[in-house]
Design a protein around this ligand. Structure first.
Ligand SMILES: O=c1[nH]c(=O)c2nc[nH]c2[nH]1
Length: 457
């Protein structure tokens, strides 16, 4: 798709490193017809566009007031079919939550009508929260999984879409008939996704064993082979909940650890996204690092279904690659901004038991939400920041200056800027007090994929 050359003018903020923001107060970024960043000027005032390349006629998009452009968020772990259950978990923990809430809902995706309604909603909603890339679990239904890929493509969200595999410890009405059937159906989804996006420009498949308790050793081994054969990304869960960890020890007594179960199956590779990792042992951390598998930290979910507190500082110190996941609907919100905030709070709870060095900073949580997430899904060369050659996957964030807002209902969103705040402080206020009302517009690969009704590009 060819786009209009566009120049974005105003404040740009991104993560320079894990601990530092790069703040450019008056910048200018040119995005070409293919949606890639063609130039970055750090001072727009008095500067001319690059000559002779048609930039004089380009469309201009300016940031408003106290707002800024920020890289799009990357949700490294989200269950698309569970979206209707967001906020429903009562007092359950993982294993009874799955049986009570999750399996019955996922099973209803045998209906394409159900799938169309829910998948359209979850993709629209995550885009409205600034999520430009999502790593989705679907269900075990081939047509509905393929439909999720179609919907991501037509709505313009960058996505990994995985058909869920499980051959035990799930209800009879919702499990794979056999290992052969699971591999055949997974292969069908992989081929379909590759047929609609042969270069994986936007959509890619992901091999998805649900988690070790609901997959036999044979199933895990077969999916390890499929991973090797297809070169896809892979995703699963690990060490989320103490009872689940115990179950894995009972089901795989011959394995040294939960991580070793995946390693033996050929699944613990640099392509693997491991959700949760709350109760890892030191040996598992070393093994995961050695295999270069990635971690999706899902703090809201870990609190909601009482799974535990992941020790993210220890993982970062050990050199693991970490991103953030909403884990809808273990997590109650489809917002990665909310996960950045929850990650800060969970790290403070860890600090109360293990010392203050466990605390994450706002800068670190935003790094996990953008550049960290990009590394987790293997797209760090294409997304996560504003370098020349990267895709324009970005969000325009609007903040209200309180003097300008005569009435509360004229505010852009909940963040209130009194004018004396530094740029760093504005960002801190956004993370702690902002929400999707502050997300004015969102682009993926240069295409406008979401905007507020009054946004005029
Ligand atoms: O948070 C989670 N959500 C799920 O759907 C799931 N399945 C296995 N383990 C899981 N954990």
């Amino acid at each position: 798709m060819s786009l209009e050359k566009t120049i974005y003018i105003g404040a740009f903020i991104q993560c320079a490193t894990l601990t530092e923001l790069d703040i450019c107060e008056n910048g200018m970024i040119g995005v070409d017809e293919t949606g890639k960043i063609a130039f970055v000027l750090r001072e727009s005032r008095g500067r001319k566009f690059p000559d002779g390349e048609g930039w004089e006629e380009a469309k201009i998009v300016r940031i408003l007031d106290y707002g800024f452009f920020f890289p799009g968020f990357i949700d490294t772990h989200i269950h698309a079919p569970q979206y209707p259950n967001a906020g429903l978990f009562g007092k359950t923990t993982l294993l009874d939550w799955l049986n009570t809430y999750t399996f019955p809902l996922e099973c209803s995706f045998s209906s394409l009508e159900v799938a169309r309604r829910i998948y359209n909603r979850v993709v629209a909603r995550t885009l409205s929260h600034g999520t430009t890339t999502a790593c989705y679990y679907a269900t075990n239904h081939v047509p509905a999984t393929n439909l999720l890929a179609d919907i991501c493509q037509s709505r313009g969200q960058r996505a990994f879409v995985g058909r869920v595999c499980m051959d035990r410890l799930s209800p009879d009405y919702y499990r794979d008939e056999s290992v052969e059937a699971a591999v055949r159906d997974s292969r069908e989804c992989i081929e379909y996704v590759r047929s609609i996006d042969p270069e994986s420009d936007l959509i890619a498949p992901v091999v998805t064993p649900r988690f070790a308790p609901s997959c036999s050793g044979e199933m895990l081994g077969a999916l390890g082979d499929l991973l090797k054969e297809t070169g896809c990304l892979a995703q699963t869960h690990i060490s989320e909940n103490p009872r689940e960890c115990e179950l894995v020890r009972e089901l795989f007594p011959e394995r040294k650890s939960y991580a070793d179960v995946y390693d033996t199956a050929g699944l613990l590779t640099e392509k693997m996204v491991l959700a949760h990792a709350v109760h890892l042992t030191d040996e598992e951390t070393v093994l995961i690092k050695a295999r270069d598998a990635k971690i999706s930290h899902c703090p809201a979910s870990n609190t909601a279904i009482t799974s535990g507190r992941a020790k993210i500082r220890l993982m970062l110190d050990a050199g693991l690659t970490v991103g953030l996941g909403t884990d809808v609907s273990g997590g109650h919100t489809p917002s990665i901004l909310a996960q950045a905030r929850e990650a800060l709070f969970v790290s403070r709870h860890v600090a109360m038991d293990h010392g203050h060095e466990a605390k994450l900073s706002v800068e670190e949580s935003l790094y996990l939400a953008t550049r960290g997430g990009a590394k987790v899904v293997g797209l760090e060369d294409r997304i996560g920041g504003f370098e020349v050659g990267k895709q324009w996957d970005a969000q325009m964030v609007g903040l209200t200056g309180v003097n300008e807002a005569e009435e509360l209902d004229q505010q852009i969103g909940p963040v209130e800027i009194f004018g004396s705040e530094s740029w760093e402080e504005r960002v801190h206020k956004w993370v702690y007090t902002g929400d999707d009302r502050n997300t004015i517009a969102v682009w993926v690969g240069g295409r406008l994929v979401h905007s507020k009704p009054d946004f005029k590009p």
